[in-house]
Design a protein around this ligand. Structure first.
Ligand code: ADP
Ligand code: MG
Length: 261
């Protein structure tokens, strides 16, 4: 069954159609990139799927069941994980404690004292940290980690909930190109291995073309194209939308521009 099916989704803010009649679907184990210029409606789409916004119209089906308008916590419990939110990790805790906390909340345990966390699920938490290449940093405080490493801990935290679907809104914002590639390569590998569907937005076209199985292009709230990297790269309507936005559209464009400067 299709993991995520979006049909005729719409949302307006004060008469402005942020998302208008958008339909698409995502299969388990696949990476789908939502791209488009600033203000295209990407985050609004994400926030309807994760429950932060209620759609004005349309349906959102996870494994065939409607999740539109449900509480974010209930959507999370149904297996929709989010990464890369501000303050997704707690700086006052170690890397390991952050992942243990996530495992505990997955089990819906109630606990009051952090000291009680210490021995819970340590092996499983370490296994998740190993998966994202962070086990050697397990005992360090999250506050001292490099930016790219925080993102990897956030990925481990999201995986603790055993998500079916991962939503990543600009996961690599602020990262250097090499870090971006490493994070997305890791995400793509985990998506395949764990059969997780990944929906992500990303500004770097190089990253999108490299890692997305399918791309969806939004412009002014409307879906204007969808297809694989080749189809999107050569779509005249998409090129037109991107003209003048400053975004490089061929993987080589940025290099060529850089060389010309
Ligand atoms: P993107 O993520 O593609 O940059 P957004 O989904 O954030 O685009 O925004 C789409 C449109 O909706 C923009 O015109 C934006 O100004 C508007 N918008 C988004 N969120 C709100 C909000 N909470 N209140 C009012 N307008 C909003
Ligand atoms: Mg956005």
């Amino acid at each position: 069954m299709t993991l995520l099916r979006i049909e005729h989704l719409s949302k307006s803010f004060d008469g402005v159609k942020a998302v208008h009649d958008v339909s698409f679907s995502l299969e388990a184990g696949r990476l789908l990139a939502l791209i488009g210029p600033n203000g295209a409606g990407k985050s609004t789409c994400f926030n309807m799927i994760n429950g932060q916004l209620r759609p004005d119209a349309g349906s959102i089906l996870l494994d065939g069941k409607s999740i539109a308008g449900k509480h974010p916590r209930d959507i999370w419990r149904l297996g929709v994980g989010r990464t890369f939110q501000v303050a997704a990790t707690f700086n006052s805790m170690t890397v390991l404690e952050n992942v243990q906390m996530a495992l505990l909340s997955h089990e819906r345990r109630i606990f009051n004292l952090l000291s009680r966390v210490a021995s819970w699920r340590e092996d499983e938490a370490m296994m998740l940290l190993d998966l994202v290449g962070m086990s050697m940093h397990a005992r360090r405080s999250c506050a001292v980690l490099a930016y790219g490493d925080v993102k990897r801990v956030e990925l481990a935290v999201a995986l603790a909930n055993r998500p079916k679907l991962l939503l990543m809104d600009e996961p690599t914002a602020g990262m250097a190109p090499e870090e971006r590639n490493a994070l997305m390569a890791l995400t793509a590998r985990l998506a395949k291995e764990r059969n997780i569907g990944v929906l992500f937005t990303e500004h770097s076209m190089d990253v999108v073309f490299e890692y997305a199985d399918t791309l969806i292009v939004l412009a002014r709230g409307e879906l204007i194209a969808q297809g694989n990297a080749n189809a999107i790269r050569n779509d005249p309507h998409v090129r037109e939308v991107y003209l003048g936005t400053g975004a490089s559209f061929s993987p080589h464009a940025a290099l060529e521009r850089g060389a010309a400067q």
